[in-house]
Design a protein around this ligand. Structure first.
Ligand code: URA
Ligand code: SF4
Length: 182
């Protein structure tokens, strides 16, 4: 079922609606090769209205092109929380739980081949992992939509440099192998 974009773009279910500039819904094709899911919009995204349009996104899609061989145009890109938390703080449990039905509806609607969660918050929210991203990245987990996995958030690679980049590249090669398997 298509999601109610009008309702989502005016959602006031949690208090992030009081400080956001706009709801960052996400965008991409139906039945995308990859559903890419971050944590929450940052400043650029809150202003621009699209996910991952800042520095993290540039790095992320460069890595996806290099390791998976697909472009942003083949991905549906969104976040587990659709409104920017003040000062980019981590979303609270309440905010995550309140926003989650929107993500569920998107997942059902979009029908990606593979889901890629970025960082701890998205990984926990989507797959229910209790352990941290250091132990859960690269593990393939079946969702109702099909397979998914988590990797580090590109912001962690911007901070952590080459070691984190190499781990992300290895995880993205797992994405590629999932796409190549029948
Ligand atoms: N970080 C995220 O998790 N999502 C964005 O959209 C931008 C930065
Ligand atoms: Fe609604 Fe999610 Fe925005 Fe909260 S973060 S107001 S639940 S869209």
């Amino acid at each position: 079922m298509p999601i109610d974009l009008e309702a989502l773009s005016t959602c006031t279910r949690c208090d992030l609606s009081l400080t956001r500039q706009r709801v960052v819904i996400g965008s991409g094709p139906q039945k995308p090769t990859l559903l890419v899911v971050g944590e929450a919009p940052g400043r650029s995204e809150d202003e621009g209205g699209e996910p991952f349009i800042g520095r993290s996104g540039q790095l992320l899609f460069r890595l996806i092109v290099e390791e998976v061989g697909i472009t942003r145009a083949e991905c549906f890109v969104t976040n587990v929380v659709k409104c920017r938390p003040p000062n980019n703080r981590t979303p609270t449990r309440h905010e995550l739980d309140t926003c989650h039905p929107w993500f569920r509806a998107q997942l059902d609607d979009v029908q990606p081949r593979v889901v890629l969660a970025l960082g701890n918050t998205a990984a926990r929210s989507i797959f229910g992992y209790e352990r941290g991203i250091g132990q859960t990245h690269g593990v393939v987990t079946q969702l109702e939509s099909g397979p998914g996995l988590a990797t580090y958030h590109p912001a962690a690679a911007l901070r952590g440099g080459a070691p984190v980049l190499e781990l992300m590249r290895a995880d993205l090669r797992i994405v590629k192998s999932l796409l190549e398997s029948p």
